[in-house]
Ligand binder design. Sequence first.
Ligand SMILES: [Zn+2]
Length: 420
Amino acid sequence: MPDVFADLVGQDEAVAELRRAAAAAAAVLRAGAAALVTAGPASGNESAADDAATGGLDPSAGMTHAWIFTGPPGSGRSVAARAFAAALQCVHGTGCGECPGCRTTMGGTHADVRLVVPEGLSIGVSEMRALVLRAASTPSGGRWQVVVIEDADRLTEAAGNALLKAIEEPPPRTVFLLCAPSTHPDDISVTIRSRCRVVPLRQPPADAVAEVLARRDGIAPDVAQWAAAAAQGHVGRARRLARDPEARKRREAVLAVPRRLTGIGAAFDAASALIEAAEAEAAASVTEADTAERAALETALGAGGTGRGAAGAMRGAAGQLKELEKRQKSRATRAQRDALDRALVDLAGFYRDALTMALGAPVAPVHTDTAALAGAGAQKWDAEGALRRLEAVLACRAAIEANVKPRIAVEAMMLALWKG
Ligand SMILES: [Zn+2]
C-alpha cells in the first residue's frame, strides 16, 4: 500500500502542511512518553509530566486540536481528513500506509478513529453529544482520539453548539477533523471556524485526476482523460463515469436536454424526466439499506410476539419504526438532491462550453463528446445567450440549495433554457 496521502490528487501544499502537523503530533507523543518516564515522584519534573498529560499542543508548532478541510465537491475533503487521521495514528512515521495504525484507519476499523457521515439532511444534536462524549475518552491505542465529521455544513445549530463546546475545551488527546465546502458562515459557524485551522483544497486539474485513475484504478489512459474532464475535477465522479455504464447513460440523458428544448411542452417534459431520473437513481442507492434496516429493527423488537406484554412492546415498537422511517425519508431526500445536483453540474458544463466557444477562449471543453453541439449553440446564442443559460442552471442549483421544491426550480430552469 502506498503512502496514505497518495490518493489526495493535486494538493501538494495541503499534504505538506498535514505531514508537518503529523510529525509535530508524533513529537508531542514522544515528549509525553519521555516526560512520564523521567518524572519520578521526587524528580521535580512534574510540570513536564503535566504538560504531557494535557497534550501540550502548541498551535504554532504545527499541530492543533481542530481542523477544517474545505474545497469544492470532489476535491478530496474527506480523503484528506481520513489520510490525516491515519498519519496521526501511524506508528512508523507520518502516514507510511503500511503499519497497523495506517491500515486500520484507512480501512475504517481503527478503535480511536470515529467517522461521522450524515445520512440525512443534517447531523442532529443527540448524535453529536454521543460522539463528543466518546471522543473525550483516553485513546485505547495510546495515540489520538480522532473524530472525522464529513459534511460538517450539515450540522444542526444545536449539534454545532455541542461540537463547539468540545472544540473550545478539547480533551488533551482528541483531534476534530471537519469537512465543509467552505468557511462561509452558511457552511460553518463563525465561532467554530475561529477555533479551527483551515486546510483549503482546490479543484484538482483534470490531468492529475486522469493520472490517478490510470495509476490506481487501472483505467485506460484515454478513458481516464475523458472521464476526468467530464467530471470537472471531481475525483469520485470521474471514477464512476469511467467504470459505471449506468452513470454514463445518465450523463448522456442529461446532455441531451439542450437539444430537446423545442417548446413549452418539451421544456416541462424535460423537467419531469430530469426529476424522475434523479428519483430513480436515488431510490436505487437507498432501497437496499432501507429494507435491511427495517428487517433488523423488526427482529430486534421481536415483531409478531404474543403473550403478556407483547401489546405494550408493540406500541413502543411503533414509535421506533416511525423514527426509522423518518430517518430513511431524510436520507432518500438527500440522495435525490445529490443526484439532481450532479445532473445540474453536467448541464452547467455544457453551457460553459458554449460560452467559452462563443468567446473564443482557448480552454478545453468540459464535455468533449458534446463539443460540436455546444459549438452550434455558441453560434446561435452568442456569448450573452450562453451566459444567460449557464446562469439559469446555476440559479436552479442555488434555489434547490435554498429549499425551493426541486420540481419547481427545474421547471423554471428549463423554461429559461428554452426561451434563452
Ligand atoms: Zn503508518
